[in-house]
Design a protein around this ligand. Structure first.
Ligand SMILES: [Zn+2]
Length: 302
């Protein structure tokens, strides 16, 4: 076994255990309980868990996804976070090898995993984690490209915060409320501090594309469930026209219809957002995390 294999195996084990710890952090940051106290217990029946109920992934399989005592279903979140953390640690090491970069990437991805999970679960994000990421990003840039890196990092932080704040507050114009939560601004600022002013724009763009791919179908499904027929029909027509545009021809008529439908669709979506009673922010941290992930592993600039 080479040194690389040895480290990789240990990183996988550490990833699984830390993933298990992140599950506790996620759960208790939502219920405001201490992370260290009390001992793990079933959220349904309150029985204290045995030590082997805390073994990552394996315990989930051994218990067949049910509480040992009351047979309440255990959330699939647990094994997903554990395996996901392990996977992220492993690919970080495979990509960056034995280096400080690997260590920083692992810290950053850990923070993003926790914030993504709490945002998806309860639209709550612990901004302290974003602040820790921002500081570590500044340290990283100072270490690897001295003072110019530090300036780059601080400018990135400012740009990330500014852009997200502008987008969030533009919501007041269209819908009378912020378009995104304040946590998104913290996270974008942290990403700016990590990757610098030259890259933050790209990361925000990747995040935007990701949010389109993931959020738009969910949004349309909700509209369908709420019987908003106009939006659904317009959306289907819009997607069909896009397909025609890409598959068949670049015809001025098609482009014209595309723009016309796009404007109609946007207006009716904005009207509906205005009407909705309990307006909620979209969970946007997952999209930002995706942008960062894409940048770390697929960009030549990192
Ligand atoms: Zn139970």
């Amino acid at each position: 076994m080479t040194l690389e294999h040895y480290i990789l195996s240990w990183l996988c084990v550490i990833g699984l255990c830390l993933g298990s710890f992140f599950n506790v952090v996620i759960l208790r940051s939502l219920s405001n309980e201490s992370i260290i106290f009390p001992a793990s217990k079933c959220p349904k029946c309150g029985n204290k868990l045995y030590w082997w109920h805390n073994i990552p992934v394996l315990s989930y399989l051994m218990l067949r996804g049910k509480c040992y005592f009351c047979k309440e279903k255990i959330s699939i979140q647990y094994p997903i976070i554990e395996l996901g953390t392990m996977f992220l640690f492993a690919i970080s090491f495979l990509k960056f090898g034995i280096s400080w970069k690997t260590l920083f990437v692992i810290i950053w991805l850990s923070g993003l995993v926790i914030m993504t999970a709490t945002d998806l679960k309860a639209k709550l994000v612990d901004c302290n984690i974003a602040i820790i990421l921002a500081v570590s990003g500044l340290v990283y840039n100072l270490i690897f490209s001295d003072l110019s890196g530090g300036v780059n990092s601080i400018l990135g932080l400012a740009a990330g915060a500014l852009i997200l704040e502008i987008i969030a507050r533009s919501g007041y114009i269209f819908a009378g409320t912020r378009a995104m939560g304040e946590a998104d601004t913290y996270v974008a600022a942290a990403l700016g501090a990590m990757f610098g002013i030259h890259n933050i724009l790209w990361i925000l763009l990747y995040g935007l594309i990701a949010s389109m791919i993931f959020i738009v179908p969910v949004f349309l499904y909700n509209q369908y469930k709420n019987n908003n027929k106009v939006i659904c029909i317009l959306a289907v027509l819009f997607i069909l026209t896009v397909l025609v545009y890409y598959k068949l021809c670049i015809n001025y008529w098609v482009i014209g219809i595309l723009i016309f439908l796009g404007i109609l669709l946007s207006i009716s979506i904005l009207k509906n957002i205005r009407k909705e009673e309990n307006r909620n922010y979209l969970p946007y941290v997952p999209a930002l995390a995706f942008g960062a992930l894409y940048f770390i592993f697929f960009s030549t600039n990192f």
